[in-house]
Design a binder for this molecule. Structure first.
Ligand code: GTP
Ligand code: MG
Length: 245
């Protein structure tokens, strides 16, 4: 019998060490006092925990599908914690205070998980089975698959509140989960790259944006056709409604 090692520990600054370092560097007297910085670091650890909880639940669902239906609904999973620069930038854009309390109250996408599924049926089934789990809550659902954005963007966005169990008890923490198919992800990556490409002439950007909109429609048609073939050869569940709040 072989026991596999599964604790892959990350190196982390502990609060006392962080405070000592900030004091030594004489940081923390101005806009971000030392206790605010330590509270921020503590909060980010909780968001990270919430992200892991969601990822594990998704892996378990994916494995269940593999065993029961010989089909993996999840192609791959990505996750990210919002950087401190993006967090402060977003609070500023919204005219909100740049404090730890304000992050907790106002930002729901500090922890982000992206679930890239193989087919559209998978997007709806995985999101519904996750949403039905009794320990998590669905805070918000935006179905840009049924109603794509004007530029052609499609994905299902769900914000969950996930309990993270710390020494002080359960902390319900928001995680933004974006469910999309491979085709939707392929499209969104290029659109995102175009959006941040500032050195192209406006006319060129407009032309590419129009082409991207056409591509979004074509991809949607291809997806439906391939989905139909897959339905005929695989018995995985068909769910066609987004989860409810
Ligand atoms: P913000 O988080 O402030 O943007 O507002 P929101 O929470 O109402 O946003 P929404 O749920 O519409 O989108 C959140 C995330 O989805 C973004 O941060 C992107 O990752 C992704 N997203 C939304 N719209 C687009 C789009 O048009 N193109 C691409 N590539 N990604 C998008
Ligand atoms: Mg967002």
């Amino acid at each position: 019998m072989i026991w596999n090692v599964i604790l892959d520990r990350h190196s982390r600054l502990n609060s006392a060490e962080l405070e000592a370092r900030l004091k030594a560097a004489n940081i923390g007297e101005g806009r971000f006092p030392t206790n605010e910085i330590t509270a921020f670091v503590n909060l980010m650890q909780v968001y990270e925990g919430a992200m892991y909880e969601i990822s594990t639940k998704l892996e378990v669902l994916d494995e269940e599908f593999q065993v029961r239906f010989a089909h993996n609904p999840v192609h791959h999973i990505e996750r990210r914690l919002k950087s401190i620069t993006s967090i402060l930038g977003k609070l500023e854009r919204k005219g909100l205070p740049q404090t730890v309390a304000s992050i907790k109250d106002n930002l729901f996408d500090v922890a982000g998980v992206r679930v890239i599924c193989n087919y559209r049926d998978d997007v709806y089934s995985v999101s519904n089975y996750l949403s039905a789990q009794s320990d998590i809550q669905v805070l918000r659902v935006k179905d840009y698959i049924r109603t794509p954005k004007q530029n052609g963007y499609r994905s299902l966005h769900v914000i969950y509140a996930v309990p993270v169990f710390l020494s002080s008890g359960a902390h319900y923490t928001p995680v933004e989960v974006q469910f999309r198919t491979i085709a939707m992800d392929y499209w969104a990556s290029l659109e995102h790259a175009l959006r941040y490409k500032t050195d192209l002439p406006d006319a060129k950007i407009a032309e590419h944006s129009q082409t991207l909109l056409d591509c979004a429609r074509s991809l949607q048609n291809i997806e439906v056709q391939m989905q139909n073939i897959h339905r005929d050869i695989n018995g995985a569940p068909r769910v066609e409604e987004p989860p409810r709040t």
